[in-house]
Structures are given as structure tokens and as C-alpha cells.
Design a protein around this ligand. Structure first.
Ligand code: PHE
Length: 345
């Protein structure tokens, strides 16, 4: 009996020493100290031994049990400490790793340019007006003095929804819509930014692009007012030294009409690759509002006069940022877009 107990003790001690995790320790505990464990079995077999030996063996059983229990407790603490260290070791937190920063967006270069253009005109007292992108033939052409057989329609081939409804080819229909809604109020002094559409698609032409229309109607508005407003705008946009040049041109809705050039923003007028050696960049069309257009808008051309202009925003943004392909504006490539201003750039 005695030998058996000592053997159990030895075995249990070995098993405890060999157990390296809590699950293994628990197995050892159940095996030796559990309700059906080896030691309990010995206690149960007490009745088979002579009564005089029982106290001695009983004490020995209790000693072995106490010794194993304290050894178990010791091992449990060791094993738990080791397990904790293993866990911590596996999830090392590298505090030098930079956090995940969510970059704020940046203004789209077209939006930024548009905002800058609007800002300059707003400071000169212009109001911002808008009109629909899906337009009728009447507002897009007819009312602007472009009858259906007019050759000027060829320059603005469009996308038709039906015979009389199309995607507007320019922002000029807003001239008519605004005048009709406000006549005979004076002055009319608006800009109208927005999207326009044409059947065009190459590195410098997109089927969808932005324009800013301008219209001022009042008593005694002259061509000089037009030049003054455009020069002030060009200087605010591109710097005080900027000059403008007006070349005779033709639009059915203005008379006289002009193409307006700005002294090259890259070379200052010396001549370079961007201005193709001319020193000038064409940025907009303009002119004095045609009497027919004033009349269609509800104003009397005998009493009031006005000027109008229309500029392409992409072209202005391309010159401002040195972008050589218009399609980059709409490709949504974040590497391109992040290059323009903003906190996240
Ligand atoms: N609507 C013309 C265009 O898109 C530009 C323009 C506007 C010209 C107003 C004169 C006056 O080409």
C-alpha cells in the first residue's frame, strides 16, 4: 500500500512537471486528485487493510494529497504566467506604427477653378443664375437667333432627346430664360455656370464640359463696359500684368462679336509652347447682345443694350494647372485629383 502510494506520488509529480498548459494540468488533476482519481481509489480501498495500519496509511494518503495539491497550485501559477507571456508575445503592439489616417478630400480642379471665376464676378456685382441642362431647341438655338437652317448649328452638334429637346450645347439659353423671368427689371447682371454637351471627343474636347455665361443689360451699356469687365476678370484671375486682346468674330446672338484672348499665363506674352509662340491664349467668346435676343428676352433694344460672354472652364483650368488632356478631369483617378490644393494634397 505504502509503495503504491509513493508510486502514485512520483508519477503525479512527473506528470505535473510535464504539463505545460492549463488543459494538461487539469487532466493530471482529474487523473490523480479527481473524484475517480488514483488517490481517491486508494482511500476507498482502506477497508481492505488491517485496522491497525489504517491511521498510518490514512495519514500518508493525506500527506501525498496535500503535497500534490500544493505542487499542482505551484505549477498552475507557472503555467498561467507562461501562457500570458505567450499571448502578449504574439500580439506585440508596435507603438511606432503610424495610425490609419483618413485623408480629407480635395476640391476638384474644375470646381476650384469655377469657384475662383464666380468669386471674381460676384465681387463685381454679378448674380449667379442657372438653367436646365436638358433644353429645348427654342432656348438653345431659336431664341438666340439661330434658326434651324443656320450654319452656326453645325459648330454645336448635340445630343438630341427628341426633335425639339436636346442637351444644351452652351450656357447661352440661360440669357433668354433669365431675361424672360425678370423683364423689365434692370439691371440684368448675371453669370451662369454649368455643364454643356457637344458631339466632340479628343484630348482638348470632351462631350461634356463646363461653361460660365455672362450677361449684363442696362441703359447705356457699351462695348467699353465689356472690355473693362473682362480685363478686370483676367487680372484678378491671372495677375495684375495680364492683358487681353479682342479679335473680330461671329456669333448669331451678339453683334458685334469677339474672340477674347488673354496674354499667355505661362510666358507672359513672350511666346512659348503653350501659346504656340503667339503670346496669346483664347479663353472666351463675347459680344454685344443682338437686338433680336434682347427682344426675345422681353427687353426693348431701342432702350437698353447689353453684353454677353461665354467661357470654357476646362480650358481655363488646363492653363492654370498645366494639364494637357481634358479627359483627366473626368477619369476620377485619385492620383491626379490629389495634386490640386486642399488639406489632403
Ligand atoms: N455660347 C458661345 C459658345 O458656346 C459663347 C458666347 C457666349 C459667345 C456669349 C458670345 C456671347 O461658343
Amino acid at each position: 500500500m505504502r509503495e503504491e502510494l509513493l508510486k502514485i506520488k512520483q508519477e503525479a509529480e512527473k506528470a505535473l512537471a510535464a504539463a505545460t498548459d492549463s488543459a494538461a494540468l487539469e487532466q493530471v488533476r482529474v487523473r490523480y486528485l479527481g473524484k475517480k482519481g488514483e488517490l481517491t481509489k486508494v482511500s476507498r480501498s482502506m477497508r481492505d487493510i488491517p485496522p491497525e495500519e489504517r491511521p498510518v496509511i490514512g495519514r500518508l494518503v493525506n500527506e501525498v494529497k496535500a503535497s500534490l495539491e500544493s505542487l499542482l497550485e505551484e505549477r498552475r501559477q507557472e503555467v498561467e504566467r507562461a501562457e500570458k507571456e505567450r499571448r502578449l508575445g504574439a500580439e506585440v503592439i508596435d507603438i511606432t506604427l503610424p495610425g490609419r489616417v483618413r485623408r480629407p478630400g480635395t476640391p476638384h480642379p474644375l470646381r476650384a477653378t469655377l469657384a475662383e471665376i464666380e468669386d471674381v464676378f460676384i465681387r463685381m456685382g454679378f448674380q449667379v443664375a442657372t438653367g436646365p441642362e436638358v433644353e429645348t431647341d427654342y432656348y438653345n438655338f431659336e431664341a438666340l437667333n439661330i434658326p434651324s437652317d443656320h450654319p452656326a448649328r453645325d459648330m454645336q452638334d448635340s445630343f438630341y432627346i427628341s426633335r425639339d429637346v436636346l442637351l444644351r450645347t452652351h450656357t447661352s439659353p440661360v440669357q433668354i430664360r433669365y431675361m424672360q423671368a425678370h423683364a423689365p427689371e434692370l439691371p440684368v447682371k448675371i453669370i451662369s455656370p454649368g455643364r454643356v454637351y457637344r458631339r466632340d471627343d479628343d484630348p482638348t474636347h470632351s462631350p461634356m464640359f463646363y461653361q460660365v455665361e455672362g450677361l449684363q443689360v442696362d441703359h447705356g451699356i457699351t462695348f467699353g463696359d465689356l472690355k473693362g469687365v473682362l480685363l478686370a476678370w483676367a487680372r484678378a484671375m491671372y495677375g495684375e500684368g495680364t492683358r487681353i486682346r479682342l479679335r473680330p468674330s461671329y456669333f448669331p446672338f451678339t453683334e458685334p462679336s469677339a474672340e477674347v484672348d488673354v496674354s499667355c499665363t505661362m510666358c507672359g506674352g513672350e511666346g512659348c509652347r503653350v501659346c504656340k509662340g503667339t503670346g496669346w491664349l483664347e479663353v472666351l467668346g463675347a459680344g454685344m447682345v443682338h437686338p433680336t435676343v434682347l427682344r426675345n428676352g422681353g427687353y426693348d433694344p431701342e432702350k437698353v443694350t447689353g453684353f454677353a460672354f461665354g467661357m470654357g472652364v476646362e480650358r481655363i483650368a488646363m492653363l492654370k494647372y498645366g494639364i494637357d488632356d481634358i479627359r483627366l478631369f473626368y477619369a476620377n483617378d485619385i492620383r491626379f485629383l490629389r495634386q490640386f490644393g486642399g488639406i489632403g494634397a
